[in-house]
Design a protein around this ligand. Structure first.
Ligand code: FCB
Length: 405
């Protein structure tokens, strides 16, 4: 009923999680050291994107969010690879050929080895280095894409890399062992030395990431002022029972997790992408059903997360929301609630222009490897066969019902 005519419906992926063989990266190096699972060929999306986009089209998607692998474009500092640019131009053309609007994320967690080895986002000049890469990509791909996000989930990157120590560069602040945040799920093991200094590094890196986004925004606008540039923010919806102390805790948690970063960057955003996966209710004893990540099944929180970001009065899009569900037991109902949450936000005047389910296909779930199945489409890693899960058709029906273009 309330979805605007040009609303973007689709799903998302990221390069390292689906392409295969992104070996010139900090994650591939960490895998060689045995600190995270080896990724290898994965879904081989690098070569099979046409097949995957055929499926997206069949499922009625009119948009697709994916990321560019920085290490492919800039394999050495300041050296840009034209053949890889050409590859991503083909990817974009393949989307246009199917009437699917592309949304490009310029950096989704993995770093080129030269950058991570020289300090990554601890480098003083990181914002300038990052902005140069972003501007280069937009200059080269610009005619084929309008929507660019500079970075994916800065908080998740920094908290897993600098507080929990479960991701490169494996720095760990001892106290955070007690806090369950983001992609680690059950069975996660930190493989890092604990230290107090990690906390200070975390703060420094978070500041640098905000500056890197702002700097990239300006650099992109310089080469292509008409592009829509966003940041993709992971929001945890912290809420509480009626106990004032718990209400205070949730307020502080929302400030620390979401608002500190957004306050630093929203003025350099034409829109904001929201990644929503979970909520935490302080003082709540209710036990929810869990996804395969051991996260509460609480898709209605997507509405609350949209409201939180609407504070910045920028057009919003859902850049990711979804669940790991190998049996495909909960996914259909989950997606229905996601879509209703967006509909509710729209009916209250919140400007939402797209909804990307995470993920189009099964992928590499970071430190947890390939066992967590987020895909609308199942990947058989032996044969590379793609099998559309039943819930993908439920999403397709919803799209059909609401699409007006
Ligand atoms: C998000 C990440 C994405 C994927 C999902 C499950 O935090 O952006 O790459 O891992 O979680």
């Amino acid at each position: 009923m309330k979805f605007p005519k040009d609303f973007l419906w689709g799903a998302a992926t990221s390069s390292y999680q689906v392409e295969g063989f992104n070996e010139n990266t900090d994650w591939a190096q960490a895998a060689k050291q045995g600190r995270v699972p080896y990724a290898g060929r994965l879904a081989d999306h690098y070569h099979r994107y046409e097949e995957d986009f055929d499926i997206a089209k069949k499922l009625g998607h009119n948009a697709h969010r994916f990321s560019i692998e920085w290490a492919r474009i800039e394999p050495q500092e300041g050296v840009f690879d034209q053949a890889e640019i050409e590859h991503y131009r083909q990817v974009l053309r393949a989307l246009h050929a199917r009437n699917i609007t592309p949304m490009v994320t310029l950096w989704h967690f993995t770093l080129p080895l030269w950058f991570s080895e020289s300090g990554g986002f601890e480098r003083k000049d990181a914002p300038v280095v990052f902005a140069r890469y972003c501007a280069h990509v937009v200059r080269e791909l610009g005619d084929l894409c309008t929507h660019y996000a500079t970075m994916n989930e800065p908080n998740v990157y920094a908290s897993n890399g600098y507080l929990r120590g479960s991701w490169p560069p494996f720095k760990r602040f001892a106290l955070t062992d007690m806090v369950s945040i983001t992609n680690s799920g059950r069975g996660y093991k930190a493989r890092a030395e604990k230290s107090i200094s990690a906390l200070f590094l975390y703060r420094k890196v978070m500041r640098t990431l905000a500056e890197a986004h702002n700097c990239a925004y300006d650099a992109i606008k310089n080469v292509a002022p008409e592009k829509n540039v966003s940041v993709v923010k992971h929001v945890i919806y912290f809420h509480a029972n009626r106990n004032p102390f718990n209400m205070l805790r949730s307020w502080v948690a929302n400030q620390l997790w979401t608002h500190v970063f957004m306050r630093r960057t929203f003025h350099k955003c034409d829109s904001i992408g929201l990644n929503y996966y979970f909520h935490k209710k302080f003082g709540d004893t209710e036990v929810c059903e869990k996804t395969d990540m051991d996260w509460d099944i609480y898709p209605q929180g997507l509405y609350d997360a949209l409201r939180m970001l609407w504070k910045y009065k920028k057009p919003l899009y859902v850049s990711e929301a979804g669940l790991a569900d190998a049996q495909d037991r909960y996914r259909a109902a989950y997606i229905q609630t996601q879509v209703s949450a967006v509909e509710k936000a729209l009916s209250e005047g919140i400007d939402v222009f797209g909804h990307m389910y995470w993920s189009l296909i099964d992928n590499y779930e970071w430190a947890l490897g390939i066992d967590k199945k987020f895909g609308l489409v199942e990947i058989d890693y032996q044969t590379l066969e793609r099998r559309i899960r039943p819930s993908a058709w439920v999403y397709a029906d919803l799209i059909k019902k609401h699409r007006k273009d």
